[in-house]
Ligand binder design. Structure first.
Ligand SMILES: [Zn+2]
Length: 336
């Protein structure tokens, strides 16, 4: 909780250069440190949320969603991915989504898995490149068709491309709390992978509970092991899934461990098409409601965010797993 945990980060703009200011960027500076009473949420709904659903979502609806999130106060949006449209057909229009988002209001982020994708994302005007490394070798093969070692090599090349373009690289470390194919993943294995990611110059590692297997003690253990290994030279974040109903509990464990950066998906949209059973990104509005209640600053207008979720629910015609959509914020409609 606030006040009883160390601040996530000590280092700012000097030393190894990983926090060199991105002076050419006019978007929100994702690399800046946060104070202990602030949290920074990246909404992954337009990418992670929409890529796995069965129905097609129009370009117009995607743009309305992304810009609605920005209007509600989100400062980081994972807007799409630049990967093979054969592998992930839902993301084939990521370039148009990025192009329709206001440039200075929020960081427009996109997932890439190779240099080709990095170049395409940069051409589309991306503000932050999001790489992905798996703690599990089997999931790495399933997700990006590369071994862990090959994925790190490719990440290094992506980082070089990003550096030339003066863009920061955030890296999702997937299967950090267990793998759909290998089961539990040791904390040392996760820490080893995080150390390798740090060596590429990434400014941030987002520890992902891809299959929703983590319990609060796992969050504490993995964050502590990774922090000890990578030091304070890199920001750490959490990407939680509510597959087994533990996402908000795990978020509080993350706060206690000093984490101030969280991924979430508006409406609780999403999952992962390459990891069986990986349903349910933690819902952004439920997470904001929790952080508001804890007195943390999110910069997000909860009611406006709920309106964005309601619009998506209406667009999809499917009930979304959002507590806020059903009940509203606490005390928002008292009995007369
Ligand atoms: Zn996810």
């Amino acid at each position: 909780m606030p006040g009883c945990c160390h601040v996530e980060l000590a280092k700012t703009t000097t030393g190894s250069g990983v926090y060199a200011p991105y002076v050419n960027s006019t978007s929100f500076d994702v690399t800046a440190p946060l104070d202990a009473d602030s949290v920074l949420i990246r909404d992954v709904g337009p990418r992670d949320g929409l890529q796995a659903i069965d129905q097609n979502v129009s370009l117009k609806a995607k743009i309305t969603m992304a810009n609605g999130l920005i209007a509600a106060g989100l400062r980081r949006i994972e807007a799409g991915s630049f990967v093979s449209p054969k592998a992930v057909p839902r993301m084939a229009d990521s370039r148009q989504v990025l192009g329709a988002m206001p440039k200075a209001a929020a960081a427009r982020e996109a997932l890439v898995v190779n240099v080709r994708g990095a170049h395409a994302a940069i051409e589309a005007g991306v503000d932050v490149l999001v790489g992905v490394i798996s703690a599990s070798d089997t999931f790495s093969h399933r997700n990006v068709h590369m071994s862990k070692a090959d994925a790190i090599t490719e990440l290094r090349r992506i980082a070089e491309v990003a550096e030339t373009a003066a863009l920061p690289v955030s890296v999702d470390l997937s299967a950090a709390f267990g793998c759909a194919f290998e089961g539990p993943v040791g904390v040392d294995v996760v820490a080893d992978a995080a150390e390798q990611v740090t060596s590429t110059g990434a400014f941030e590692i987002v520890l992902a509970d891809t299959i929703g297997a983590a319990a609060p003690n796992d969050i504490s253990a993995v964050v502590a092991a990774v922090r000890e290994r990578v030091g304070s030279d890199v920001h750490l974040g959490l990407h939680l899934h509510d597959t087994r109903g533990l996402a908000l509990t795990n978020a509080t464990a993350g706060l206690d461990a000093g984490i101030r950066r969280f991924d979430a998906s508006v409406g609780g949209l999403g999952g992962c098409p390459f990891s069986p059973g990986a349903t349910g990104n933690v819902c952004t509005e439920d997470l904001v409601h929790l952080f508001d209640a804890l007195g943390l600053s999110t910069g997000i207008n909860l009611n406006e965010l709920i309106a964005v979720a309601a619009a998506i629910e209406h667009e999809l015609g499917t009930k979304l797993p959002s507590h806020m959509l059903r009940a509203g914020p606490r005390f928002s409609h008292l009995a007369k």
